[in-house]
Ligand binder design. Structure first.
Ligand code: C2E
Ligand code: CA
Ligand code: CA
Ligand code: CA
Length: 279
């Protein structure tokens, strides 16, 4: 009795095998450009808190499943990571995101930075830097418009190797940001050595920002730490006007969240950018 929606962690071996088989088919279908199966990217706007401008988007993967419809990443990223399929899937995400960012520019829309989530196994894979370089070359996207979002826990798995790889990417012109900041445990002294340009405050600290003094203290501390290290600070999961007001008053630089927009299709982003271009 296969339960597709069973949480991966509790899934039986058999359920995992079915999911894995489905994932392999989805990788194949993605490369073949099938309509009824495969991965898709949605894009969530990132907005400057001071000016209100959409300056970037984060690519977020979905699996268009032939029977189950749109499957969110929590249902399959874990197994993709465990099985190693994440390397192929992640490579596709980087390529597709670069292609899309370039297509918007070719359509005459204002340039936006494209952020892509990178998982641990994908980051550690030996050819990551070459793969990113190839994606940039093939799409003719300026490296400055690509940002990779990595987590502290990913970096801390092998600190020295991670920092070396981040430096290689930075040397290519690609920027790096720390995702889910505050939920992992990198020491403050290691943070100083990361060649990053942005910290992202995790949405777990944002959801109760309006009335939880602890979350307020954490958000303020991250903003001030980030600024002292010359980093931009973005808050994710901003859903209410009160949260936005708090972040603005406390000089957070940027926000992302349902208050401005949920993750949407490329064509919806295009419409938002067109609206700006007309202003
Ligand atoms: P994340 O990188 O922390 O992404 C933020 C998640 O919060 C996204 O969920 C986004 O849709 C959701 N979100 C954005 N604004 C709000 C809001 O205002 N309120 C609430 N409640 N949620 C909001 P999503 O798209 O389901 O992605 C979940 C996670 O899956 C991501 O967390 C990321 O870790 C992973 N992921 C997504 N796409 C990729 C990918 O292409 N590659 C890899 N390796 N991981 C990915
Ligand atoms: Ca992210
Ligand atoms: Ca997060
Ligand atoms: Ca349009």
């Amino acid at each position: 009795n296969f339960q597709f929606y069973a949480r991966e962690m509790n899934a039986s071996v058999e359920e995992k095998l079915v999911l894995l088989d489905g994932l392999r088919n989805a990788v194949q279908a993605t490369f073949e450009g099938a309509d009824n199966n495969g991965f898709r990217l949605l894009y969530q706007p990132k907005v400057d808190l001071r000016t209100g401008r959409l300056f970037g988007v984060e690519a977020l993967i979905r699996w268009q499943h032939p029977e189950h419809g749109m499957v969110p990443p929590q249902r399959f990223i874990g197994l993709a990571e465990e099985s190693g399929l994440i390397v192929e899937i992640g490579d596709w995400v980087v390529r597709e995101a670069c292609r899309q960012a370039r297509a918007w520019m070719d359509a005459g829309l204002p340039p936006v930075t494209m952020s892509v989530n990178v998982s641990a196994r994908q980051f550690e894979e030996s050819r990551l830097v070459d793969r990113v370089a190839a994606a940039l070359r093939d799409s003719r996207l300026a490296p400055e418009l690509l940002e990779l979002e990595v987590t502290e826990s990913l970096i801390m798995r092998d600190l020295q190797k991670s920092v070396a790889k981040m430096r290689e990417l930075k040397a290519m012109g690609v920027s790096l940001s720390i995702d889910d900041f505050g939920t992992g445990y990198s020491s403050l002294s290691s943070l100083k050595t990361f060649p990053i340009s942005r910290l992202k405050i995790d949405k777990s600290f944002v959801s109760e920002l309006a009335d939880n003094p602890d979350d307020q203290a954490i958000a303020m501390a991250v903003i001030s730490l980030g600024h002292k290290l010359n980093l931009r600070v973005i808050a994710e999961g901003v859903e209410t006007e009160q949260q936005r007001a708090f972040l603005r008053e406390n000089e957070c630089d940027e926000m992302q969240g349902y208050l401005f927009s949920k993750p949407v299709t490329a064509s919806a982003i295009e419409d938002m950018l067109e609206a700006y271009a007309l202003e």
